[in-house]
Write a protein that binds this ligand. Structure first.
Ligand code: SF4
Ligand code: SF4
Length: 328
């Protein structure tokens, strides 16, 4: 048995003699112990030692024989001795006290509101009724449910408010979750981009009504902000390569609010002047698709697809053997 518990129990034992009115009565007159005397004895139970071992809180049961009632109140006494003081006065049954780990709040079970419920008695403030798990009457278990109040303000945008509330609940979840799968059609989720088929045409960026898809500021990139995606599917329907798939889910990781690169590409430069022309994949895709076309059957025609508009005209003029104006 720990020293803390021994110290608490010894304080409680001393208290038993203090709270019982029989002690004084018996000294005054010796007589047989009656049933009425039994009911006059205050019962002491459920001692709880504070985390700093300085005080003990316990439940004291008293009976009113005439009224036919029994009540319980919580009392507190210094572990080192001294007068005991009642700390609850509900006239109901207050029992099973249990200190919070930091000792600043006391949880207990009370019938003051009807059925037994867990109440919290903060060191500075009123008693607060909190949610009580069905089938459990343990004040100790109730600490798992005591969470800090949220501090965010509701935003005009409902989705932002929902995101803040979800983040708060996730922060206090008994079992932390990073990701929760949702059914098809849910308004939260991510997209999967098939990098092998995506040509980085960026048509999906322009189609997204929520601004969840972005292009890169400095280089060819397709970026995605998961918290903005409402899973409408417009991007998937717009993509000419059918490279986008929707995945409904609740992503609770903080980085779900930041842009994430879902595809990127190397820049293709004009083979004539070196000016950036598009992405390598886009040009390669175009060459494959037009390779068999009659309009590009002439020698050098396909190469002009690798040129910017200016170089293409120059190359066309040169290949047709046109006269230079200075030769006329
Ligand atoms: S599913 Fe809708 S909201 Fe999400 S990225 Fe595509 S277009 Fe944007
Ligand atoms: S996902 Fe589709 S629409 Fe978006 S950049 Fe890639 S190919 Fe274009």
């Amino acid at each position: 048995m720990s020293r803390r518990l021994l110290s608490g129990l010894s304080a409680l034992a001393a208290l038993l003699t203090l709270v019982s009115p029989l002690a004084a009565d018996d000294a005054a007159a010796k007589r047989p112990f009656t049933l009425a005397d039994l009911y006059r004895v205050a019962g002491v139970a459920d001692p709880a030692l504070s985390p700093d071992s300085k005080s003990v809180v316990y439940a004291v049961t008293t009976n009113d024989v005439k009224a036919g009632t029994r009540t319980q109140a919580l009392w507190r006494v210094d572990a080192g001795g001294g007068p005991a003081r009642p700390i609850t006065f509900s006239g109901a049954r207050d029992s099973h006290p249990f200190f919070s780990p930091d000792g600043k709040t006391l949880a207990f079970v009370s019938t003051r509101a009807g059925d037994p419920q867990v109440f919290f008695l903060p060191t500075a403030g009123a008693i607060v009724l909190l949610f009580f798990p069905e089938g459990s009457k343990s004040a100790q278990k109730a600490w798992a449910l005591l969470v800090s109040a949220a501090t965010f303000a509701a935003a005009a945008d409902k989705r932002t408010t929902a995101a803040l509330a979800i983040a708060h609940l996730a922060e206090h979840a008994p079992v932390p979750q990073r990701e929760i799968a949702l059914p098809a059609g849910a308004p939260f989720g991510t997209i999967l981009v098939d990098r092998a088929t995506c040509t980085m045409c960026l048509a999906c960026v322009g189609s997204c009504p929520e601004g969840a898809l972005l292009d890169g500021a400095e280089k060819p990139e397709l970026r995605f902000i998961e918290t903005k995606c409402v899973q409408c599917g417009i991007c998937a329907a717009t993509c000419p390569e059918r490279s986008i798939a929707l995945v409904p889910r609740l992503n609770l990781a903080p980085d779900a609010r930041a842009p994430r690169v879902v595809n990127e590409a190397a820049i293709f430069k004009c083979i004539g002047c070196g000016k950036p022309l598009g992405t390598e994949k886009m040009v390669a895709n175009m060459l494959v698709k037009l390779a068999g076309h009659s309009m590009f059957a002439a020698p050098g025609a396909l190469d002009r697809l690798k040129m910017c508009a200016d170089c293409r005209v120059i190359d066309l003029v040169k290949s047709e053997g046109s006269l230079d104006i200075r030769d006329v």
